[in-house]
Ligand binder design. Structure first.
Ligand SMILES: Nc1ncnc2c1ncn2[C@@H]1O[C@H](COP(=O)(O)OP(=O)(O)OP(=O)(O)O)[C@@H](O)[C@H]1O
Ligand code: SF4
Ligand SMILES: [Mg+2]
Length: 341
């Protein structure tokens, strides 16, 4: 097996809400996954299911609530779960030791993010050259002015922009070009791991594949490892070696791309797949489109037991009480559903 670059165990992120008792917004709940060096792990799920929060928590741009993050074999964060679940499902705070956490500064260079909204992620008062240059300066990656300028030009070229673009401001660019600037900024520090947070969903369909191809080429050239977040499976299934599916803060299934498409185990994954067009007429004919009833519940007050039970066509009484465990059901294929026990 290839080397694991990143592993998270029981990672949880709640956002406290002012004036409210309890845990607040339970955005990421008990997530377990690993990413191998050089691979792309796709992450899909509906809007608000916690994809961005998970990506940002892994990078510790959000401080986790609890769990463990291991990067390059080193534990960079660890803390016990600071709540006790009562019989009625409510969570009551309990005292746990402080988190063990490393200084992130040296890791910031290795672990980067490409943001979901390219316009909002670029400082409007800075030129594109300075935006990229700032990343180089923070980590002292150029010995002098000439080297810094040369590096900025090289990066602009690498992402398909012109060197004279360095003197322009973000608002003078199209969405696709802004995203290229965001990619150049992430690359400026020669990272190993990049969270690509829906890097193409704000872009015109016509340029989406250009940006995806560019990210794939760069991965090959530089041996990069990606966590690639997207709304739907059709985007990630071509570029990911494995795919994780999230629902309301929980990872419900994870498998190799091909396996997940061929043999989805979790009812929620089945509904997502049923919405993706398939080129094979045989598969297309036999595949039934499943439409979920009801709205996604609020992560402030998620359903007890299986978080999907309010919308799952197969839910039983057990599902309403007991949270299913995320288990390996076939080699390399994990899912959390009582039906599979
Ligand atoms: N800083 C924050 N403070 C409070 N709640 C937050 C914060 N960031 C996110 N949330 C909440 O956490 C939940 C997960 O949000 P998140 O942005 O991670 O979802 P997402 O899957 O990335 O959605 P999208 O596909 O729309 O980008 C949402 O209910 C959101 O409102
Ligand atoms: S555990 Fe129950 S509610 Fe949850 S996905 Fe499985 S069958 Fe549906
Ligand atoms: Mg998001």
């Amino acid at each position: 097996m290839a080397e694991k670059l990143l592993e998270v165990k029981n990672l949880t992120k709640y956002f406290p809400v002012k004036g409210m008792k309890g845990p607040g917004v339970q955005a990421v709940e008990n997530v377990n996954l690993y990413i191998e060096k050089g691979e792309t792990l796709g992450l899909v799920g509906e809007s608000g299911c916690g994809k961005t929060t998970l990506g940002r928590t892994i990078l510790r741009l959000h401080e986790p609530t609890s769990g463990q993050i291991i990067y390059g074999g080193e534990t960079i964060y660890q803390r016990e779960y600071p709540f006790e679940r009562q019989a009625d499902g409510t969570l009551v705070k309990k005292s746990v030791p402080h988190a063990k956490a490393v200084d992130m500064f040296p890791l910031r260079r290795k672990m980067q993010i490409i943001f979901q909204d390219p316009a909002a992620s670029l400082d409007p008062r800075m030129t594109v050259g300075d935006i990229i240059g700032e990343a180089i300066d923070i980590h002292h990656l150029a010995e002098n002015r000439a080297q810094r300028t040369a590096r900025i030009k090289e990066l602009l070229g690498r992402v398909g922009l012109n060197t004279e673009h360095a003197n322009r401001f973000p608002h003078e660019f199209s969405g696709g070009q802004q995203q290229r600037v965001g990619i150049a900024r992430a690359l400026a520090v020669q990272p190993e791991f990049i969270v690509c947070d829906e890097p193409i969903s704000a872009l015109d369909v016509s340029i989406q594949s250009q940006v995806v191809n560019m990210l794939e080429d760069m991965q090959q050239e530089m041996g990069l490892t990606y966590l690639f977040i997207a709304h739907d499976l059709s985007v990630v299934r071509h570029i990911s070696s494995r795919i994780g599916v999230m629902y309301l803060g929980s990872l419900v299934e994870l498998a190799e791309s091909y396996e997940l498409n061929r043999n989805p185990l979790h009812p929620y994954t089945k509904t997502l797949l049923s919405a993706v067009p398939v080129p094979d007429p045989e598969v297309s004919r036999t595949r039934q489109r499943i439409v979920l009833e009801g709205d996604i519940p609020s992560p402030m007050n998620p359903p007890k037991g299986c978080r999907f039970h309010t919308r799952c066509p197969y839910a039983t009484d057990r599902c309403k009480q007991e949270t299913p465990v995320f288990k390996e059901h076939e080699k390399g294929h994990w899912a959390a559903c009582h039906l599979l026990d």
